[in-house]
Structure formats: C-alpha cells, structure tokens
Design a binder for this molecule. Structure first.
Ligand SMILES: *Cc1c(COP(=O)(O)O)cnc(C)c1O
Length: 440
C-alpha cells in the first residue's frame, strides 16, 4: 500500500468531511502543498484552483507578504486570551475594518468563524431590543435562497427548502421568510416584490429583531445575484418599522463582487455586518461582526450592559496579523519592500476576471442541460437544468487541470484575484468540461 493509499484509508475511517457520510464514500484528493493559484497533489498533478478554498484565498497560496506576516507574528506570540488582554494586531485590524466598512459601523467583535459571527450579530440585535424593553422582538426575517452558516441560529435563516437544514424543522427557531429576490444584478427593482417585502416587514415589526440577508450575491444557497436596489428597499423598510438590518458579507466581502463590500453597490449601510472567509486571505479562520454606535450603546443601556460572548480564540493575534497583511496586499498598502500584488489595483483585476469569465463561459449558454450562465465580479456560475453529477464533473475538471467543487445544479468558480489570463482560460475550459460531463 502506498503512503497516499494509507492516508486515504485512515481518512475514510477516521475523518469526517464537510456534508459527508461517515465513513466517506468517495476518496478526496490529497493535497501536498499549494502555491500561487495551484494545488499540488500527492500523485504529482497540479490543479489550478477555481474555488479560492471556498471564497477565502483571494491572493492565492503562499503569498510572500502573508507568509512573512505569519512568521513575524509567530516570533511574538501566536495566541493570548482576549479577556483582560489586548494586542496590536487585533486593535489595528478592528480599526481598519471600521474604516473600510460602510459608513456608520463603528465597533468590531472578532470571532473565529463566519457562523459564529452570524450568531454574534443575531445576539447583538436581540439584546439591543431586549435592552430597550422590547423583548418580544426576537424573530428574524430573510428572503429565501440564503446561506448563513451551519450553527443552529444561522441554519434558521438558511433557505428552508434548498438547504441541507430542512431536516431540523421543529428544532430551529421559526423565522419569517420572504420569497426569493428576483434574479439579476442589473434587473432593476420589481416593485411588486419590493411591496411584498415592505408589507412583510411591517406586518411582523412587533416581533422582528432584524432582517438578515446576503447583499447582492446569495452564495452557498444557490449562487444567485439580485439588484442592489433591494438593499435600499430593506434599509427604508427597516428604518420606518424599527427593525435592525444585518448584512452577511462573509462571502461577498473584500472585493469579490467588484465592490469592496457588496453593500457598496447600493450605498447602503447596515446596522450590523458580518465578514469572514477572505478576511485572512484564506490563511486562518477569523471573522467579525461590526455594529453601529447605536447598537452598542443600546446594549450598554440594558440591565446587563455587556455582550455575553467570548470565544476562546477571540481576536487570535496570528489570524489578525495575517488579515492585516491580506488587507495590505488588497489595498496596495504593503508594497514598501517590493512590487505591489495588484499594481493597477484590485478593482482592475476583478474587472479583468469578470471579462475573462464572461467570455470563457459564453459558449456554454444554450448548450443542452444548461439553464443559465451568469457572471458578477470574480464569480462565474453555470446553472444546469438538473443536479450536477458531482463525481463526473469534478473528474472532468481535474482532467482539464482545474479544481472545481460543484453543488446541487451549479458548476461555478470564484478564482483568486491573482489568477492570470491563461489560467482563467483554463478554469473556463474546466467548467465547460465539467458541464459537458454532467449533461451527458
Ligand atoms: C461561509 C458562509 C458563512 C459561514 O461561515 P463559516 O466560516 O463557514 O462558519 C456564513 N455566511 C455566508 C454568506 C457564508 O458564505
């Protein structure tokens, strides 16, 4: 038995993989190392990464600036508790996030994963109303087609039908769902839908703590895009009804949709905003819930004026230092001792990727089995008229030298921003191969 076969056998017996049975039924690929936009497999193959490790590795792997920041921080401390102690990497990161975030967000709660950031955001909203004597306001409203994480409160606002969380009916808190937002980034606002949204918020205002949505792009719930105008509809309705507004920018944050935060497409500020995924450039797990001064002050006026939340690894210095370096690279602030990664700025690179994906995926539209092709920023999606044959599609992409991880009826990519033109063309060819293998 080869070393790789032994590893895979142990993996099958011992290790639970995401959304997988135990023991596993399909052998994963063994990755030995990664560099730039390439994953190097144990069998010697190299695959171009079309997934940015689930939206996270925006600058690719082993980026010199991020590697140096990690090494430098390791030389000081990788972690200290955050209760009663603080440190420069966390303070600097919180300050920078507040500066970059939409107007009005003033404070940052640093936590260890996206799902936890969603839990913290919800706790902030519920506690805000409780502190103001409105303890009946405990429910959340969202639209269908969303994904907000796998912890129980986050699951309660995921799409109730399409998601994997349907089996938890009766366990999850029952939230208020509006219909799917009409599709299309530039489709304009459907007034009938907007009116239904407003009416639903009005009807439930007495029991709603917050509306929570993914702005502009719904990610793992179905890779759908909607018109940013709906964010303004939500902002106005929430303001007039006394309901808080939460934007989950965990997938959309840090440039992915062509704006630094997707809220920027609408010029709308939420009361609470979650970030994660690309925050550390995909190096370490870190997320944050940002809130307005009003939300913090409201909680502060309550009977128990503290936010009772404190993950063990809160504000992890190593993750915060790498997140700072990732922002340096993204914003071109870290180029003191070398050429910047994005000499023309990250926006130009995301636009370049958008053009390449648009051109490279156009031939797929209208092919048998293809229901829709859509591109926004550095996100390219092919939706089939049937479930993707995941094994066949993944194998076909890998044979074309590309790593893709389709789900449901979707073959999609969100490549690292450093992906060059030839590699983008290869990613598109990989998608075309995956689609062809699935439609067969
Ligand atoms: C991935 C994701 C989450 C959950 O983040 P984890 O770090 O996986 O817990 C929440 N919201 C959105 C929009 C996401 O894409």
């Amino acid at each position: 038995m080869s070393a790789t076969d032994k590893l895979l056998e142990l993996d099958r017996q011992r290790v639970w993989h995401p959304y997988a049975p135990m023991p596993g039924t399909r052998a994963p690929l063994v990755v030995e190392s990664a560099s730039g936009v390439r994953l190097r497999l144990a069998d010697g193959r190299e695959l171009i990464d079309g997934m940015s490790s689930w939206w996270a590795a925006i600058h690719g792997y082993r980026h010199p600036v991020l590697d140096a920041a990690a090494r430098d921080q390791l030389g000081r401390m990788s972690h200290v508790m955050f209760g009663g102690l603080t440190h420069e990497p966390a303070v600097a990161l919180a300050d920078r996030l507040v500066t970059l975030a939409p107007e009005g967000l003033e404070h940052a709660f640093l936590c260890d994963s996206g799902s936890v950031a969603v839990e913290v955001a919800v706790k902030m909203c519920l506690q805000y109303w409780r502190s103001r004597g409105k303890s009946a306001k405990t429910r959340l409203l969202t639209w269908r087609g969303g994904y907000h994480g796998d912890t129980f409160m986050a699951m309660s606002v995921c799409d109730p039908d399409g998601g994997m969380h349907r089996m938890w009916e009766g366990v999850l808190p029952r939230q208020v769902f509006a219909g799917l937002p009409p599709a299309g980034f530039a489709a304009g606002v459907d007034e009938a839908y907007a009116a239904r949204l407003r009416r639903l918020i009005e009807e439930h205002a007495g029991e709603l703590a917050a509306v929570i949505v993914e702005p502009v792009v719904q990610g793992a719930g179905g890779m759908r895009f909607h018109d940013p105008g709906y964010l303004r509809v939500l902002r106005e309705a929430c303001d007039s009804c006394g309901v808080l507004l939460v934007f989950d920018e965990i997938a959309t944050g840090f440039g992915r949709t062509g704006a630094l935060f997707a809220a920027g497409h609408a010029g709308v500020s939420p009361d609470v905003m979650c970030v994660g995924k690309a925050l550390t450039g995909g190096y370490l797990t870190l997320a944050a819930a940002l809130c307005t001064a009003e939300v913090a002050a409201g909680i502060g006026r309550g009977e128990l004026p503290v936010l009772a939340h404190g993950p063990t690894f809160m504000g992890n210095p190593l993750a915060c230092a790498v997140a700072g370096a990732s922002l340096d690279v993204l914003l071109g602030d870290g180029a003191a001792d070398g050429a910047p990664t994005y000499p023309r700025g990250w926006r130009a690179e995301v636009r370049r990727i958008e053009a390449a994906l648009t051109a490279g995926l156009a031939p797929v539209a209208g092919q048998p089995g293809v229901a829709d092709v859509r591109v926004l920023g550095a996100i390219g999606v092919v939706q089939l008229d049937r479930e993707v044959d995941i094994a066949a599609a993944t194998d076909a992409a890998a044979a074309a030298g590309v790593w893709l991880r389709p789900f449901r009826d979707l073959v999609y990519t969100m490549p690292p921003y450093v992906t060059g033109d030839a590699d983008l063309a290869a990613v598109c060819a990989g998608i075309r191969a995956a689609v062809a293998a699935s439609a067969r």
